[in-house]
Design a protein around this ligand. Sequence first.
Ligand SMILES: Cc1cc2nc3c(=O)[nH]c(=O)nc-3n(C[C@H](O)[C@H](O)[C@H](O)COP(=O)(O)OP(=O)(O)OC[C@H]3O[C@@H](n4cnc5c(N)ncnc54)[C@H](O)[C@@H]3O)c2cc1C
Length: 276
Amino acid sequence: MKIKNYFYPKNLKEASLIFQENEESYYIAGGTYLNGLKNLKIQNLIDLSGLNLNYIQLEKNFLKIGSGAALQELVDSPIICQFLGGIISISALGCAALQLRNMATIGGALVTRGSWIDLACALLVLDAKLKIFPEDKIISLEDYLLDKKALKTGEIVIEIIIPCTSAGANFIKFKRTALDLAIINLATLIKLDNSICKEVKIALGGFTIPLRIKEAENILKSQVLSENLINSAAEKVGGSLKFISDFKVSADYRKDLAVILTKESLLLSWEKAKCN
Ligand SMILES: Cc1cc2nc3c(=O)[nH]c(=O)nc-3n(C[C@H](O)[C@H](O)[C@H](O)COP(=O)(O)OP(=O)(O)OC[C@H]3O[C@@H](n4cnc5c(N)ncnc54)[C@H](O)[C@@H]3O)c2cc1C
C-alpha cells in the first residue's frame, strides 16, 4: 500500500469532493479494517474522524448514533447501556480488545459487511437504518447488507438510526477465546401484546453475512409463546441455512450451536419482554 496523500476534511462536502477529485481514494474511520487489506491500490486516504460524527443522541422516537462513534463509546455510553437492556453495548463489548474498540467505529464496522460483525446482528433485530451522504438517503440495514451496491462509490454513512421500542432483546456471541471472532453470533427480539407474540426478530451471523431468519420468525409471530414453539423456531433456524465448516468447527457443530443458541436467546428475550 503506497499512500500518496492523507486528507483531513472539515465537513462531509469537502470529504466527498476530495473523493471525487482523487483516484484510488478510500475513506478511513478507525482504520482497523483498511489496515489489513493488503491488496488495495489505495493512493489517497480521507480521514473522517474530524467530521464530528461520533455523537449518540436519544430523541423522542429514535436513537441516533453517528457513524464515527467508536465501539468502546457504545460500551461506555449510559444512553446505549440503557437502550433495550443494553443489547448494543453488549454486542460491541464482545468485539476484539479494548485498544481495537477504541479505534474501530460503528460506521466502519457496518460498511465492511463482514460476517463476523457483531453489531450487525444486534442492529438488525432493532430495525436499524443508515443515513447516507450526500442525499440523506435512508436505507434499512437489512437492505444494505443484502445489496452490495446499496452504498454507492464515494457515499458516506453519516448516522445509524434506531427506532425506540419496548421489547425484550438479547445478543449472544459464541467464540473460542475472549478475543476471537464469532463462530456464531445472533440476536433476538420479542414484543408481547398480553401473551401474544406481536413482533419477533431473529438475526444470525458469524459465518454468513448477518441476516434475518424470517421462516423461523413466522413460526412465533402472532402466537401464544411456549417453549415447544420456541424449540420449533430454533430448529427452523438450523434447517434454513447452509452452515459451513472451517478451521474452527464443522458445519454440523455450527448448525447445532445455532439451534441451541437461538433457543436460549429467544427464551431470554421472552423473559425480558414479559417485564416490559
Ligand atoms: C484483530 C481484529 C479483531 C476484530 N474482531 C472483531 C470482532 O470480534 N467483532 C467485530 O464485530 N469486529 C471485529 N473487528 C473489527 C472489524 O473487523 C473492523 O476492523 C472494524 O469494525 C472497522 O471499523 P473502522 O472504523 O476501523 O473502519 P475502517 O477500517 O476505517 O474502514 C472500513 C471500511 O469502511 C469504509 N468506511 C469507514 N467509515 C465509513 C463511512 N462513515 N462511510 C462510508 N465508508 C466508510 C472504509 O473506506 C473501509 O472500506 C476486529 C478487527 C481486528 C483488526
